[in-house]
Design a protein around this ligand. Structure first.
Ligand SMILES: [Zn+2]
Length: 313
């Protein structure tokens, strides 16, 4: 299909591009791998999309590289994740000539405020580190809205609308793709609404080391216990481990989770030692190379399945 379109275009010559019927390719920069994937689902081969933060990188501590600035400059549209996620390009985004191509895909999402913001005055020892790692959490708004698939559907609709504005000739194509995609996200959501509703309240508790699942927890009525001060970017200290163990025992928690960005061998040990805990891995701030986490839809399905399995055992 691609090859046919290409040879047709070269046969018609470059002037055809301006004749109205040829399909212009939209150049898109996406904040990170999840946004990139959703743009790809909707834009298909009519959009060229590049993620600014590459897969596997930690957005909590990202700084723009020269090649990222190139990506941003070349883009017709820059899709940002919003809700305080995009601090790493705050300076770039503040220039008026850049502002006009920026679109915040979180528009219409009901934000959740970060409860862990109340640690001021405590944990003095770790305060410096904590602030550096979690700067984007300190706006009071939790940016991890993608952990609820219905918010993914909002992203998708915002992206569809902007692509349609930019390229009305392809709007039908974008809308068809978006409809299918949003349907898949909504089906996934209703399936897990039903499944979680059958899990007893006392089992709907989880511990995570990185406070990334508030939107998921809110949607499926899960209680999250997050030991404070533990970040995803360094090994938990002996004190961190003790805090986790205490939480587990006090609350009879079935599920402790380790993230794809974490190097938490110590937490894994703890899980094994306490028997009742699974070693489920959840995807948080990036898509992964593994097939179960290499698209947004698969990543969310994986997270919901692993959490549900842990709570129903
Ligand atoms: Zn995060």
């Amino acid at each position: 299909m691609n090859r046919i379109k290409l040879s047709l275009l070269s046969a018609l010559g470059i002037t055809a591009l301006f004749a109205g019927n040829a399909l212009a390719e939209i150049n898109v920069a996406a904040s990170f791998s999840i946004t990139e994937d959703i743009v790809h689902e909707i834009g298909g081969d009519r959009v060229k999309v590049t993620a600014v933060i590459p897969r596997g990188s930690n957005p909590h501590s990202y700084s723009l590289r020269p090649q990222d600035l190139m990506t941003l400059e070349k883009a017709d549209i820059v899709f940002l994740t919003g809700l305080g996620f995009d601090d790493y390009l705050k300076r770039w985004a503040s220039a008026p000539e850049h502002q006009k191509k920026i679109v915040d895909i979180s528009r219409g999402i009901k934000p959740i405020q970060n409860e862990n913001d109340d640690h001021e005055g405590e944990d003095h020892e770790n305060e410096h580190e904590y602030h550096a790692e979690h700067e984007h959490h300190h706006q009071g708004t939790d940016p991890h809205a993608w952990q609820n698939p219905l918010n993914g559907a909002v992203y998708a609709e915002n992206i569809r609308r902007e692509l349609c504005n930019r390229e009305p000739d392809s709007c039908e194509f974008f809308t068809g793709n978006a409809d299918n995609y949003i349907k898949s996200l909504k089906n996934l959501d209703s399936r897990y609404q039903e499944l979680f509703a059958r899990v007893p309240d006392k089992n709907r508790i989880m511990i995570t080391t990185h406070d990334a699942f508030n939107y998921l927890a809110d949607r499926y009525r899960i209680k999250i216990l997050a030991p404070r001060g533990i970040t995803d970017s360094h090994e938990p200290s002996a004190g961190d481990i003790a805090a986790i163990e205490k939480l587990m025992k006090e609350n009879k928690v079935h599920a402790v989770f380790i993230e794809n960005l974490a190097a938490n061998a110590a937490v894994e040990d703890l899980s094994r030692k306490n028997g009742r805990v699974i070693n489920g891995m959840l995807f948080t701030d990036s898509l992964a190379e593994e097939p179960e986490g290499n698209t947004y839809l698969r990543m969310i399905e994986h997270n919901l399945r692993v959490i549900h399995d842990a709570m129903s055992q």
